[in-house]
Design a binder for this molecule. Sequence first.
Ligand SMILES: [Zn+2]
Ligand SMILES: [Zn+2]
Length: 333
Amino acid sequence: MDRVTPHRQPPRTGAAAQTPPPPREADVVPIEHETLERLVRVVATAAPLAALGWAGWSAWGGSLHWQDLLVLTITYLLCGLGVTVGYHRLFTHRSFKTTRALRALLAVLGSMAIEGPPIEWASTHRKHHRFSDRPGDPHSPHLDQGAGFRGALRGLAHAHVGWIFRGKDIANPRRYAKDLLADRDLRFISRTFPLWVAAGLALPFGLGVALTGSLVGGLTGLLWGGAVRIFLVHHATFSINSLCHFFGRRPFATGDESRNLAWLAPLSLGEAWHNNHHAFPTSARHGLGRWQLDPSAWLITALERCRLAWDVVRIAPERQRARRAGPSGPLVT
Ligand SMILES: [Zn+2]
Ligand SMILES: [Zn+2]
């Protein structure tokens, strides 16, 4: 069971007023090898931070080359989109359908981001949507963190990384991801997760060697396209859990604390339109407004035009208007 008690429960309105039943024992399963798992999680999160310091130091010393930035950009986009388009919009929310090969490729690219195997990630995220900012939400910043400024900081820290380090259990995939467990490819990719993590490090090393023709170029490629990229993709995702449930605008009445945070949209590849997303979880587009930048949705549209994506879920304007918070006005601001 999740050991959380409500600290501040946001008011529920409209369709979201139906409170989900409290979390049950079957919602979670204990983490096997808890100490080892925790150690791995701490290393996977802290090592990129240390490498970032090293990368910053070497860049300051003038040893940063355009090839490193190119490797960082390529790997950031590949792994970031693996998470946003693959893990999130395809596997978790079934916002579109695609070919078997592309499903596998997106699962592999998402695994390279080191945010956990795809089935575990999707289970956790579906549980987040089910209990959003209520007991049972794996990473809400609004539960049991105390009052005042310190409580707010503690809540944000818990939602950002604390829940990853402290967790003793994970969302039960048999309860939350039966459809994904039935997918042989996804089961294989989830089971062989460490292999894809290694591939995610080999890729920037190989790109670095190819671009510079030297081993040193491979190593600096590994630093920027490996460690620095992991750090940036991690914290873009973590910020959705923390900042996007705390700061920003709420154009839709979702009954939780999800928010749109415009400045985070480019780095999060469109995921920061998080209030829109909680209002319409299956929508392939999170940036519903005309000027709401959503590179992940652009990729899905491009795939659709190439006939590599179909049954793309789009939300009709009248449905969007019906969910708007407050008096009617412009669609989304
Ligand atoms: Zn959320
Ligand atoms: Zn979601």
